[in-house]
Design a protein around this ligand. Structure first.
Ligand code: TPP
Ligand code: MG
Length: 280
């Protein structure tokens, strides 16, 4: 449950967000992220001719989430762990925020350029967590929260912020994630928020099952507060109209056929320990 102060802070933040402006920004972010990968593969000359790679669809599925997060919600002390395949989105956002020189936008996966996956030590722009090894980026937010609590308990340091992890759904295949979650201290870390991008896309396969319910139940069992965000406001309004039930059924059928992630109904889960237990 959200505490009264959390709820009013959320309402205040939502009221000040102009959705039309965010939509314009997210289109720019999507264009830039797609272009960063395109440049690496089709425009930049590679003497060997070997494919460079990059993940445009995996970036596209999280553009809206990252745009809202970075342009409407994050505050100075907050830290974000970005899923490996969304590195072009992070760099596009850093460029728009004036934290990345334009020359790097054509340098994904080149020597001295932007790294394949977010890297604190090798990327030229600010990266809060290195996430190249899947699963590590998620649990890093837990260790970061715990470390900050320890330091804040012993020394006079500035107050820490939220620790946000943006995960790919296939990252939940990593046992390390679940090992970390069952630690009894973890559900008390109210400053931690995980957002799972349920795009049903893994490295080399379509995840066969829409596992939102099962995954949500596993987080619930570990003591987390879980919110599943599947349909947007406009679709929910459509489903509520006369004949809307048929539209909802058709929508679900399409989802089950395994259509590509970018064309699938936008679906992602949000999980976080109980709010109101912030104790930083
Ligand atoms: C420990 C480890 N194992 C395997 C990989 C290779 N790998 C990179 S991303 C990824 C999973 C991609 O799927 P998902 O997390 O759902 O991200 P999406 O592409 O949907 O954004 C894997 C297995 C890795 N980077 N690290
Ligand atoms: Mg995925």
């Amino acid at each position: 449950m959200l505490s009264a102060s959390d709820t009013s802070a959320l309402a205040e933040a939502s009221a000040s967000v102009h959705l039309g402006t965010l939509d314009a920004v997210q289109r720019r972010v999507l264009w830039l992220a797609t272009s960063i990968v395109h440049h690496a593969n089709k425009v930049r000359r590679t003497p060997s001719g070997v494919k460079v790679g990059g993940h445009q669809a995996s970036s596209a599925s999280i553009v809206s989430i990252m745009t809202v997060l970075y342009f409407a919600h994050l505050r100075g002390p907050d830290r974000v762990s970005v899923k490996p395949h969304a590195s072009p989105v992070l760099h596009a956002i850093n460029y728009l925020l004036g934290r990345l020189d334009v020359r790097y936008l054509t340098q994904l996966r080149s020597f001295g350029g932007l790294q394949s996956y977010p890297s604190r030590s090798k990327d030229p722009d600010p990266v809060d967590f290195s996430t190249g090894s899947v699963g590590i980026g998620a649990t890093a937010t837990l260790w970061s929260a715990l470390a900050h609590r320890y330091v804040a308990g012993h020394f006079d340091v500035p107050q820490g912020g939220r620790q946000v992890a943006l995960l790919g759904d296939a990252e939940l295949d990593e046992d390390a994630v679940w090992e970390a979650l069952v630690d009894p201290m973890v559900p008390r870390l109210g400053e931690v928020l995980w957002i799972v991008d349920l795009n049903r896309q893994s490295l080399d396969r379509v995840v066969p099952d829409i596992a939102a319910g099962r995954i949500g139940a596993m987080f619930d069992a570990a003591g987390w507060q879980t919110i599943t965000v599947k349909y947007g406001r406009r679709l929910r309004e459509l489903f509520a109209r006369d004949g809307g039930r048929g539209a909802a059924r058709a929508h679900r059928r399409n989802g089950k056929r395994g259509i590509p992630a970018t064309a699938a109904p936008p679906g992602f889960g949000v999980a976080g320990p109980p709010a109101g237990q912030r104790s930083c």
